[in-house]
Design a protein. Sequence first.
Length: 509
Amino acid sequence: MENGNATISVTLDLPDVSAVRRFAGWIAPRLNKGDWLLLSGDLGAGKTELARCIIRQVFGEGTDVPSPTFTLIQHYESRDIKLLHTDLYRLESSEEILELGLLDETDSIVLVEWPEKLGTYVPTEALMVHLEDIGSTRQCSLSVNSDNADFFQGLDDFIDREKVLADFLEKNGYGQAVRTTLAGDASRRRYERLELDNKRFILMDWQALPNDNDAYKAKVFLSNSVTDFRNICAYLIRCGLSAPEIFAQDDAQGLLVLEDFGTLNFTHSIDAKDPHLPIFYHETIMALAALYHHADTENPEQARQFDAKVSSPVRYDKAVILTEIQQFIDWYMPSQGKTLPDTALTKWEEIWASLVGKLEAMKIRDVMMLRDVHSPNLHWLGNRQSIRRVGFIDIQDGIAGHPAYDVVSLLQDARRDLPEDYEGRFKALFVAETGLDASDFDTAYNIFGVQRNLRILGIFVRLSKMQGKSSYLQHIPRVNGYIKDGLAHEALADLREWFKTYVPEVLEI
């Protein structure tokens, strides 16, 4: 790292397109509205490729990114961010910058190729990337204003981790694969798509961190290792379902090479109004019913390897339920400017203890409860048969629990509206296929529906405040609607009265 008069610079090698894509995966999440990223280098140095990779990190892998050489500026926009990509090569004078209006873009990320043409209009706080071919490799120099030195935080870790990933892939026969960083989710897991010999795979990078001791995650048994993911994949496959096949693993480093289920998940099918969507949901319900029937021979409590200090079976029980809905109290309520009195909190805990008691009194056997069975985590695998046509991902947090939970997760999708008849239609199908008591199941479905969606409200607010992921907030009205519907059930009468007293707006949606 070099420290000049007013800038701090770091140099790293980007020997191929895969390295450029991975660097884009590192830098893109660090760009905020108002940032200017200046990309300099000779013709063919890779400026446009880096810009294209950054844009696809921000707006999605399938984003069309034409070169702005002739249009001068290309505009991109989502709910969270706006971005301008400009190529100034054809400008004859820096005074033409004023005509483009670039200097007025204070709420956009601005990517500039050929920033030399800016002349005196270079923003003081601009980030600079210079690309240069040196011998057989491409060298990247990243420079920032000395007041913005924090921008480099994590870069050394990124470089060190790249060496670990390269060694792992080389050792397991994937060293020549073309690597593309995929957009992340709400977790700290990273994913890449590997392309080798006309085949595709997924690299999961889930590094165990020394300070990864989140008390909440521990209390609700959220996974922190690829071992859990592997074990639950194996469990689902034994039960006749489709989970990613594991091709290479290094549990100590938190690395897996997985089967790639493709890019078209159920979310894409919903958005595209796919006429086959009813078949997709029918088979998913049948898959969940299969999990229920296999629970008597494939013990869900043994699917994950938990800390040796845990002596009793790990279940989705009262302690986990109460801890999860605390997210609503701790995050959502303050976001609404509400502070609950101690009497309200005491009554809240009493009501939920009673609701959990109702669930336990049903004496329904536990299943492998996957916890996140919703459209982004489901893929249609049309070349397979029966329930194996549904591919399940993001399953590492599976835990022994009530069969109603995953049905709720599927049919009360927090991020997408499903056709109106799906909830009643497929809930009834699950009851018919499992032989469960319809009244008991309906009660459990509504209890878990309210509990799950209260937790989601808290999580959405937390993700917005702590990670800047404000796009989750657009889904809050939908989630509130699920809560209102669930509170109408007679079994939740006491909780409905609690909301009338303390959070009446939920019932007024």
